[in-house]
Structure formats: C-alpha cells, structure tokens
Design a protein around this ligand. Structure first.
Ligand code: PCA
Length: 323
C-alpha cells in the first residue's frame, strides 16, 4: 500500500466511524411558552426520541416564538429552514376549511367529543399536509375556550366595541360577530397587549389565562367551553426521508405516546388552571343564560358557514363525527 493509499484508507475508516456515530440535530420552533403544558409534552416527546435512538436524533426546542413567529412556522418547515415544528391547526383555516373544524364553536365541547372529532378530521389533515410535503406526527387539544374581561359581561351588549384579543382568523370572525373589535395577539404577547391598552378582553383557555397571569389584567373568566382547538407537531417529508428506519420508528412511537399523554395533560391542566385563576383573584363564571344563548346562535351561524365552505369533505367529516 502506498503512503497515499494508506492515508486514504485511514481517512475512510475515520469517516466511517464518524458517520456511524453521526448525530442528527433538529431545531424545533413552537409559538408557545416553556411553562405551557403543550411545550412540556414536547420536551417529553423529544427526550423519548433521544432515548429510543440512542441519542442519534436530537431535537432542540425553541419555545415562545424565539425562532419563528407563529404565522411563519409552517413555511419555515415547508422551505426546509427547520425540519419539525408545532403550531395551531386551525390557523390554517384560510388555506382549507378542514383545518378549522375544531374551531367551530359548540361542535365539540368535551374531551370525548374532541377525540371523536379528531378521529374524523385526522385523515383529511394528513392528506392535505402530505400534498404539501409535510407529515403530521401528533395533535393535542387546548382546554375549552372562554372569555376574559376587565368588566363583567352579562350579554353581548357589554362586548360592543370592546378591544378583543383573538388568536386567528376564526376567533377574529367570532369576535366581530359578537360586536367586539378583534386584534390578533400571540399567546406570549398577551400581557403586553393588555398593559399597552391594545385589548381589554380576550378569548383563550383557563390554561393560557393561568400561564399569562390573567389576574394582573382581567377580573372575569367566562368559562364558555365552546371549542377545543388543537396544536399539531409535524415534520417535513424531506427531513423525514433523510432519517434511518430506526429513527423514523422512534419518532412514530414517541408521537403516539405524546398524543395520548398530551390529551391527558390537557384535561388535568384544565382543573389546575381554573384553581390558579380563582387563587389569583379571577371570578370564574359559566356566563349568563342570555350570553350563552347569544353565543350559541353565533356558533350555529359559524357552523353553517363552515359547512358551506368545507364542501364534500367537510360533509363527510361531519357525518363521520356524528356517527
Ligand atoms: N391558548 C392559545 C390557543 C388556545 C389557547 O387556549 C392562545 O390563547 O393563543
């Protein structure tokens, strides 16, 4: 063996041992803060993936919009800037109504109903993601949605003209139908939006109310429990294909576990967050019969609009859900 060949051989062996030990490190953005249960669940998911792959696949979580803003996240995955991310599914409603069925008020208001709705929705979401080079891993719901406000809300009259924090196009449309003035504000920006006087009321869950210390800027929580929107964790198909079979299996296994665990966490966090709100000094109410009736009417109008826009797939999805 010539000296040059020897060097080449050593280099090859070096490369081989390097690639055998090669680690893939993924960066993963989420819009939501570290303290939120969705993010805690993601950390457990990531740990399980690392453990199942013997640390071959590592995922660094970037919470609270620190890497990408919520509206940029899907594109960041599609364009290969990051291989994996979390976002709210219903934020894609403008792209396709199928993504927003879990934001239709009063369609699914318990965990059992939400689960049934997800079983009916899932294949359509997967299929639409697939067409865009994306792969769904798992989805987890937020606790039921309600309204926070500085002043008491007896009926929609009290919401007229109120500057109202919403988080996507569906909630903005709902706020408009209620006579309020919507402004989209991301969860991590809620406290500043209130202290800057940009909003005086908001829609969100007990969980996000507790995480943002809503008692610092609101007095009432109307626990309407009108819908349970979901977050999803998804990967780019291209990044997926670059993984080994073992790594893909690990991701799939950890995703199944994360989905199951996440649904449980969501339910548990509902109760503990309501307690935190009360302890913080928030008055938690179901809302007056008048308010609930008015909201139900708005919900029915929104459901009808959704059905109209969602076409055949929407009808099939609802039929499956109601079976
Ligand atoms: N928290 C998130 C989405 C829904 C929720 O409960 C938010 O308010 O942005």
């Amino acid at each position: 063996m010539t000296f040059a060949r020897q060097i080449a051989a050593v280099a090859t062996v070096g490369l081989m041992s390097w690639s055998a030990a090669a680690q893939t490190t993924w960066e993963m953005p989420t819009p939501y803060p570290e303290a939120e249960f969705h993010t805690k669940n993601i950390h457990m998911f990531v740990e399980e993936v690392e453990q199942l792959t013997g640390s071959e696949l590592k995922i660094n979580v970037h919470s609270g919009q620190s890497l990408f803003k919520h509206p940029e996240i899907k594109r960041a995955v599609q364009t290969g800037q990051v291989p994996i991310a979390e976002m709210m599914i219903a934020n894609l409603l403008n792209e396709d109504p199928i993504f927003g069925v879990d934001a239709v008020p009063f369609l699914a208001t318990s965990y059992d109903e939400a689960k049934k709705l997800w079983e009916a929705q899932r294949p359509y979401v997967e299929q639409r993601m697939e067409k865009q080079g994306l792969r769904l891993l798992y989805a987890v719901p937020w606790p039921g949605q309600g309204f926070y406000s500085k002043k008491p809300i007896e009926s929609l009259d009290d919401l007229k003209g109120l500057k109202f924090r919403t988080y996507n196009a569906v909630t903005a449309s709902m706020a408009e139908r209620m006579g309020a003035v919507p402004t989209i504000v991301e969860a991590v920006e809620i406290p500043q939006a209130f202290s800057a006087g940009i909003v005086d009321a908001m829609v969100t869950s007990a969980a996000t109310g507790a995480r943002t210390k809503a008692w610092d800027f609101a007095k009432y929580f109307y626990d309407i429990n009108a819908w349970m929107p979901k977050n999803m964790v998804f990967v780019s198909e291209r990044a997926w294909r670059q993984l080994s079979d073992a790594e893909r299996e690990a991701l799939e296994k950890a995703a199944v576990a994360a989905e199951e665990r996440g649904w449980q966490m969501s339910e548990e966090v509902t109760a503990s967050s309501l307690q935190e709100l009360t302890d913080g000094g928030i008055t938690v109410e179901e809302g007056s019969a008048e308010l609930r009736e008015q909201l139900r009417e708005i919900g029915m109008a929104m459901a009808a609009d959704w059905e109209k826009s969602a076409g055949e797939d929407g009808a099939a999805l609802l039929q499956e859900y109601r079976k």
